[in-house]
Write a protein of this length. Structure first.
Length: 105
C-alpha cells in the first residue's frame, strides 16, 4: 500500500462518500482540462477540513480547489489530495454598503 493509499483510506474512514479516487480535473475546472486527482475530497464544513488535516501526512501533495477557474492541471494529473470546497465553504458574498467581501473558504 502506498502513502497516498494510506491517506485515502483514512479520509474514506472519516468522510465516506465525500472521498473519490482518480477524478479527472477536467470536470472540476472552467478550462475543462487536466488529468486525474489521485484523491479528491469534497468538503462542505470546517469539520471536514479538520478531518483532512488529520489524515494528511508530510510529503503527500495537497491542493485546495475553489471554483476551478484559472487552474490548469497536467494531463498526467495530480498525485496527491485535492480538496474541493463546496457548500458554505465555496460561497462568496459582496456587501457594497460596507465595502466588504466574505468568502467561505
Amino acid at each position: 500500500m502506498t502513502e497516498i493509499d494510506d491517506v485515502a483510506a483514512r479520509l474514506t474512514a472519516a468522510l465516506g462518500p465525500a472521498v473519490e479516487r482518480d477524478v479527472p480535473f477536467a470536470s472540476l475546472t472552467t478550462y475543462g482540462l487536466g488529468g486525474p486527482a489521485a484523491v479528491l475530497v469534497r468538503v462542505r464544513a470546517e469539520s471536514d477540513l479538520e478531518a483532512v488535516a488529520r489524515a494528511l501526512t508530510p510529503g503527500v501533495p495537497f491542493l485546495c480547489v475553489g471554483r476551478g477557474s484559472n487552474l490548469l492541471v497536467a494531463d498526467e494529473g495530480f498525485d496527491g489530495v485535492a480538496v474541493l470546497l463546496e457548500g458554505p465553504l465555496a460561497e462568496i458574498a459582496f456587501d457594497p454598503d460596507r465595502s466588504a467581501v466574505t468568502a467561505g473558504g
